[in-house]
Design a protein. Structure first.
Length: 415
């Protein structure tokens, strides 16, 4: 039985506790110490990694409603690295708005400073172009640049021959560092990298796109992929596709972990009340109006038939739309269930109930080939997940007792 992997989302997963603290009259905006404390608790629980998401150019309204200021991931994770010793540290960084030399250097530096715990969540960004004097390029164009940026980063990381460590009067043997020349349609680079990246082979690569272009990219480069799947059948399909694509690239399909996002509400219930605007928001995502439908009746065929007419590939986040459609397509799904998935987890799998029922569902997904693990996002209390759910996974022999190795690659069991 394969082990289950857990990653916790550094920003989203602490929102519920911070919002609750603010409601009780505590600080309205989290301090840097809150981030450090959150990371320390995740490490105490033995979570594989902290995933620091980053959306450049967020709408102002999101700031007004949030009890924290999300810091820039690489700098925040450098501080967290100094206060932790085992947990993996996954920084989101954009290929659309960064040059490969900068990325290779920053991520390799984090990897060294953390003792081999760095990961890079490769994103093409869905907003924020104005900050860089750009218009946001079309998705295909962004993925084409992402491939070149990633190739160039990998070339920089591969440019240090392990021989650089051989003793040479105590200095680095610079003859063991190759020049890197890269010339593509999007990236040009001539230089050499001044930081090694071999603490764990190389930093671990993550990716979160689930469009056809996104999965193809992931199958080529990623060690682990984040997904949006509220339905088990949809997750099985996505993970199977990812593994097929990886095999077609000559990779071992087992070398790519699939980690859908999940919102866990231990000893709680999902909110199934239809809030104002919710029906319109979900209808807009799906591209079909949901007005006039009975909340508790199975979705009618005319709604399901609309799927084939909607272009989900060019949606800002294909996974959100495809995930909702996958759920809608499961026999008997009601509008209330569909709206609830969006309301409780923005389209991610949301589970509420006893720790036992949640642990069983998570293990069931892994056993059915729907996931290799999960990313814990803004559900209820992550501390309750640590206190109640992880021990059950351990008791089932499916979660390690302590960090067996020292690197992120060790924790995730990726080669
Ligand atoms: C779980 C998850 C986490 C993501 N985190 C980020 C993020 O931190 N920053 C970002 O710009 N995009 C993030 N994305 C968006 C993806 O990187 C990607 O841009 C988006 O899904 C569009 O690509 P696609 O159409 O191929 O899915 C995330 C997506 C998922 C599913």
């Amino acid at each position: 039985m394969s082990r289950i992997h857990l990653v916790v989302e550094a920003v989203g997963a602490q929102l519920p506790e911070l919002a609750e603290r603010a409601r009780r009259g505590g600080p309205r905006v989290a301090s840097p110490d809150d981030f450090l404390d959150f990371a320390a608790r995740a490490e105490d629980a033995g979570v594989d990694a902290l995933f620091y998401a980053d959306f450049l150019g967020k709408p102002r309204a999101q700031f007004a409603a949030r009890p924290l200021i999300p810091f820039e991931p690489l700098t925040a994770l450098s501080a967290i690295a100094a206060r932790t010793s085992s947990i993996g540290l996954i920084a989101t960084a954009s290929t659309t708005f960064s040059e490969p030399y900068t990325l290779a250097r920053q991520i390799a530096s984090l990897d060294n400073l953390s003792g081999g715990r760095a990961g890079w969540n490769i994103v093409t960004s869905i907003q924020g172009a104005g900050n860089y004097g750009q218009d946001l390029a079309a998705k295909d164009e962004r993925y084409a640049r992402a491939a070149e940026v990633t190739d160039a980063v990998l070339a920089l990381w591969a440019s240090w021959d392990p021989a650089y460590r051989r003793p040479r009067g105590g200095f680095v043997d610079t003859d063991a560092i190759a020049d890197v020349h890269f010339s593509g349609a999007h990236v040009t680079l001539d230089g050499w990298l001044d930081v090694p990246s071999d603490r764990q082979g190389r930093p671990v690569l993550f990716q979160a796109g689930s469009s056809a272009a996104g999965l193809t990219f992931a199958a080529r480069y990623a060690d682990a992929v984040f997904g949006i799947n509220p339905s088990r059948s949809g997750a099985i399909r996505t993970r199977t596709r990812l593994r097929e694509l990886a095999a077609a690239q000559g990779r071992d399909p087992g070398a790519v972990k699939y980690l859908p996002g999940v919102r866990l509400f231990v000893d709680d219930e999902l909110d199934t009340v239809e809030s104002p605007g919710l029906r319109d928001a979900v209808g807009a995502l799906l591209g079909v109006p949901l007005g006039g439908l009975d909340l508790d009746a199975p979705l009618p065929d005319r709604i399901l038939a609309a799927r084939g007419r909607v272009d989900t590939q060019s949606a800002p986040i294909t996974g959100t739309v495809e995930g909702l459609w996958d759920l809608a397509a499961e026999p008997g799904t009601t509008l209330r269930e569909l709206l609830g998935v969006y309301r409780n987890g923005s389209g991610f799998l949301s589970l509420a109930g006893s720790a036992r029922s949640i642990a069983d569902t998570l293990l069931g997904w892994v056993d059915d080939g729907a996931a290799d693990g999960f990313v814990l996002g803004a559900g209820g209390s992550v501390d309750e997940v640590y206190r109640q759910v992880i021990p059950l996974l351990r008791a089932a022999g499916r979660y390690r007792d302590h960090y067996a190795g020292s690197t992120l690659r060790d924790h995730l069991e990726v080669p």
